[in-house]
Design a protein around this ligand. Sequence first.
Ligand code: ATP
Length: 339
Amino acid sequence: MAKTHAVVLIEGDGIGPEVIGASRRVIEAAGVSVAWKVHYAGAEAFEKHGAVLPAATIEALREHRCALKGPTGTPIGGGHTSVNVQIRQQLNLYAAVRPVRSIDGIDTRYKDVEIVIVRENTEGLYSGIEHQIIPGVVESLKIVTEAACTRIAEFGFAYAREHQRKSVTVFHKANILKMADGLFLKCSRAVREKSFKDIEYKELIIDNGCMQLVRDPSRFDVLVLDNFYGDIVSDLCAGLVGGLGVVPGANFGDGIAVFESVHGSAPDIAGKGLANPLAAIMSGVMMLNYLGETAAAGRIKGAYNAVLAARDPALRTRDIGGNAGTQAFTDAVIARLKG
Ligand code: ATP
């Protein structure tokens, strides 16, 4: 009998319920048996439970150790700390992995993009330690520890080896942040020296790295980045392959993983049935691979690739040049899966 997987399902805010609903439908259509444990985070959680990250949600994540999560909105310039940052810190989900790939049928300026972003997820500027020294002067601390830098470097190199990747590139600003980014580099070099000499290793100052990325992304393979740079470069890389609607992601800790797209809650299109669910569906595929459901993951991937490769505007969402809504694209993937 097929194994039933317990998975925490967090729909999140904005387009979250639409895209996570689509991903769930596709996973179920592929015949994978999942016991969804529905929990809340973000604005909806605040309305229902009076907290943006209820204790019950964290407890469920600790218990079941695998989640499919939608985006959660974060107020700008005030309000609560990002729910994502809280989840990642509380559960020690120290590595974000975002595969950024060219997809046949999604035309962009570039071909053959095959980048995997590995982002440190727990510290750096996103430690969220800020205060006002005197009126008109604030201080934001960038916390960098040898332990976290070593851990993310080990994760990045191990990922590269496991996935037969040739090179790891670290983006940094150690010319200015000599201590903070200097430590990140020192740890990356030490990890490479100790255990990963078979993998090519490069360092690029981040401004140059961004310029090189948009000139010729095919030069890059695995990128290892601190929290802040990883956040920004993830969106830049999404733009190389068709935008935020097409890039999945996962946050890994030890024996625990939360799968979520790179994109945010997209309030401008929320509730209109327009969001591209592909990133959420691809995040679901990453989750199925993690759960050992590799056959189902492969079939879903084959189905959405076939739908996109057909280049039918009626079967693709607006962000990638079509006129389909969330549901029409999802239906097409499911029809292909079953056909
Ligand atoms: P947040 O602050 O919540 O992380 P963000 O700054 O990353 O948000 P998004 O909410 O991801 O921004 O939206 C950025 C732009 O990309 C918006 O115009 C949005 O409509 C678009 N977008 C994001 N995700 C999708 C999607 N799945 N389908 C279509 N468009 C999307």
